[in-house]
Design a protein around this ligand. Sequence first.
Ligand SMILES: *[C@@H]1O[C@H](CO)[C@@H](O)[C@H](O)[C@H]1NC(C)=O
Ligand SMILES: *[C@@H]1O[C@H](CO)[C@@H](O)[C@H](O)[C@H]1NC(C)=O
Length: 283
Amino acid sequence: MASLRNTLSLVFCLLAATGPWLCSATSATDTFVYGGCSQQKFSPASPYESNLNSLLTSLVNSATYSSYNNFTIMGSSSSDTARGLFQCRGDLSMPDCATCVARAVSQVGPLCPYTCGGALQLAGCYIKYDNVSFLGQEDKTVVLKKCGPSEGYNTEGISRRDAVLTELLGGGGYFRAGGSSDVQGMGQCVGDLTVSECQDCLGTAIGRLKNDCGTAVFGDMFLTKCYARYSTDGGKYNAKSHNYKTNYGGERTFAIIIGLLAAVVLLIIFLLFLRGVCSRGGK
Ligand SMILES: *[C@@H]1O[C@H](CO)[C@@H](O)[C@H](O)[C@H]1NC(C)=O
Ligand SMILES: *[C@@H]1O[C@H](CO)[C@@H](O)[C@H](O)[C@H]1NC(C)=O
C-alpha cells in the first residue's frame, strides 16, 4: 500500500508540474505588463463613480464584438465626465479579447482605488480611463521600458533583430507582427490614433528599442498610445512576463503532449492498481 501511495503522489506531482504549462498556455494574454493611476481621486458614491462604472461596463460589453472602442459618459459637469477606451492585441480572437478586457477591468479597480484616471496593460489588451480628455491624442510618453540581458557582441544577431524591427516599421496597420528564424517582433497602436500618428508612434518605439536595448535578448517599449516588443531565442527562457509568443502555438502543443503523457502514466498506474486488487482477490 505504501508503494501505491508513493506512486500516486508521484502522479500528483506530475499533474502539478504540467498544470502551470496548461495554465500558462491559456492565460498568456492575461499577463500583467503595467498599470498606472492618476493622482486625483473621486469620492465614493459620487456621480463620477457611477459614470465610471457605466464606462467600464461598456468597455467589457464592447470587447465582445470589437477589438477597439472608446466611450464618453457625459456627466452634469465636465469633471464628472468619464472617458475611456480599450485596445486588444490585433491577433486575439473576439472571445479572447472580451476575456482580456474583463480581466483588465476587474484588476484596475483594486490597483487604482477611487482615482479619476487609470490605465492597465495586460499582454493581450489595454484599457485607460480618465475625466481628463485624452481620446484621439497622440502620446509618446515612455510608460514601460524593459531590456533583457545583453547577448554580448553578436553583430549577426543584432542585424537580424534590426531587420525584423525595420520590417515592423514598414508594415502597415495598427497591429504588426513579424520575425526571422530566431527573432520575433510585434507592434500595436491604440485605435484612437490616425494612421499617420500610429506610424509616428511606432517609429519612436522601434527607434528607442534599437537604441536603448542595444544587444539585449529581448526588449519591450511601451509608450502611452503604442508599443513595440521583440524577443530572440536567447531571451525565450528568460522573462516570465515576455511570453506573448505562447500564443503562436509552440508551447500550447508542448502542454498538450505533457498532458497526454500524464494521462498515459495515470492509466498505467490504474491498471497496475487493478492487477494488484485482482491478484489479492485471487489468493
Ligand atoms: C477630474 O476630477 C477631479 C476630482 O473631482 C477634479 O479635481 C478635476 O478638476 C477633474 N478634471 C477635469 C478635467 O474635469
Ligand atoms: C470614439 O467613438 C466614436 C463612436 O464609435 C467614433 O465616432 C470616434 O471616432 C471615436 N473617437 C476616437 C478618438 O477614436
